[in-house]
Design a protein around this ligand. Structure first.
Ligand code: AMP
Ligand code: ZN
Ligand code: ZN
Length: 410
């Protein structure tokens, strides 16, 4: 009996180990997904420029009439919604910079060590964490929130944000991660480019400087497609090209001086422009709200509970009592700040229904239809789309799993 046990025990142990491993490792074969964000990129940018690589990409895949970002249309909330499928009130990244009175800390996206890596900021589960948890290999070469752990998990490769890393270097690294002959053979990766957005802020969306940036982006897209070819992935890789919001032209005759409407001494400004998020001192809410309502010109002011439901911007403790949304093109500031710093030439953050805030979506790869233009859709559905492509069980989210099935081949 003992002798038999000696023979069988190692075999049983082996079966046990194999089973444990297979529970953790992914058994399903799916085509890898590369999610690329071009910050602040509008559809009209490709309509008014020569963009042979965008044209080639779109003809070979699907292109949305436009993409509807979440509110407010700022970089951090919008990017986090794309990768979690959650509306802003359900993920809690209410702007690029805001104060949390429970954590008693300011969220702001300054360079490391200031960048907000603490996972208490980030609600929801981004797609790279869903992938890692289910045995896939996920990587990120920049994405807002990609530096944070979520449930203690991080992607297999991620990089602390550094805007000075050359774009080509970002692409080369990601291609090495995706390479089927490479070390990690990633199933998912992100890429992120900020320069089109930066030009839009500095020179305005209708400037020749933005057009130059668009040409540059077109060349980078050509490089990405060539490199995918180089690693033998041009027929295997699903590439999703997306942007987070549009860009509106600003001007000095469209400025709202908040200090001339309310007493800034009795409020905390959670955020400023183009969506002012105002937390009045104890007992001051009605007074401040009434003053803003009485002067409601070139903006709309709401008590938090009165915000139209379509903003999905009420049910989070970080959202303060009063929300003031500037009309597109207007800037909310104070007289001293304006005298000192002036305003940018372009900005975003406005109502996500405004055409100027609408943005870009195109996708191409073995699982996508070809040469197909689809109607506009909301960015919160992209998480479910990616979970579907990677055969993942999605975390709870606001997207609809059926919403984007018409983008895929049968
Ligand atoms: P915005 O001010 O909304 O136009 O934000 C765009 C800027 O966000 C970019 O120019 C970058 O400087 C910054 N940014 C983008 N991704 C990250 C990141 N992962 N960490 C820190 N900053 C970032
Ligand atoms: Zn942005
Ligand atoms: Zn921007």
């Amino acid at each position: 009996m003992i002798k038999k046990l000696f023979i069988y025990l190692p075999i049983l142990l082996l079966i046990f180990i194999v089973q444990c491993n297979s529970a953790n490792s992914d058994q399903s074969q799916t085509n890898p997904v590369l999610l690329i964000s071009i910050d602040g990129f509008m559809n009209e940018y490709i309509d008014r420029n020569e963009t042979p690589n965008f044209d080639r990409f779109i003809a070979g895949g699907v292109y949305a009439e436009y993409l509807i970002p979440v509110f407010p249309t700022k970089t951090f909330p919008t990017h986090w919604s794309i990768v979690t499928g959650l509306y802003t009130e359900n993920h809690g990244i209410i702007s690029n910079s805001f104060y949390d009175y429970e954590l008693d800390a300011r969220f702001s996206f300054g360079p490391p060590p200031e960048s907000p890596n603490d996972e208490r900021w980030w609600g929801g589960e981004p797609i790279w964490i869903t992938a890692e948890k289910q045995g896939k290999t996920a990587t990120t070469f920049f994405w807002p929130g990609s530096e944070a752990t979520i449930d203690g998990v991080q992607s297999t490769r991620w990089i602390d944000y550094d805007g000075s890393v050359p774009n080509i270097e970002r692409i080369d690294s990601v291609m090495a991660w995706l390479d089927p002959a490479g070390e990690i053979q990633a199933d998912f990766s992100t890429l992120y480019f900020s320069f089109v957005d930066s030009r839009g802020h500095s020179y305005g969306p209708n400037s020749p400087e933005v057009d130059d940036a668009v040409q540059e982006m077109d060349e980078l897209l050509g490089y990405i497609l060539d490199q995918a070819d180089e690693i033998g992935m041009s027929n295997q890789l699903n590439i999703i090209l997306v942007s987070d919001h549009g860009m509106a032209e600003l001007s000095d005759d469209k400025v709202i001086f908040l200090d001339e409407i309310i007493d800034l001494e009795v409020v905390d400004m959670v955020d400023w422009t183009p969506v002012a998020m105002i937390k009045p001192d104890e007992g001051k809410t009605s007074e401040i709200y009434e003053a803003l309502k009485a002067n409601e010109e070139h903006y709309s002011v709401y008590l938090r509970e009165e915000l139209p439901e379509r903003f999905y911007f009420t049910n989070h403790y970080r959202i303060p009592e009063i929300i003031m949304i500037a009309d597109v093109g207007y800037t909310i500031t104070s007289r001293p700040f304006y005298e000192d710093r002036g305003i940018m030439r372009g900005n975003h953050g406005y109502d996500n229904q405004a055409p100027e805030m609408h943005t870009f979506f195109a996708a191409k790869g073995p699982d996508f239809k070809q040469n197909e233009i689809v109607p506009a859709f909301e960015s919160i559905h992209i998480y479910e789309l990616m979970a579907n492509l990677l055969n993942l069980d999605p975390a709870p989210n606001d997207g609809n799993p059926d919403e984007l099935l018409h983008l895929l081949r049968d």
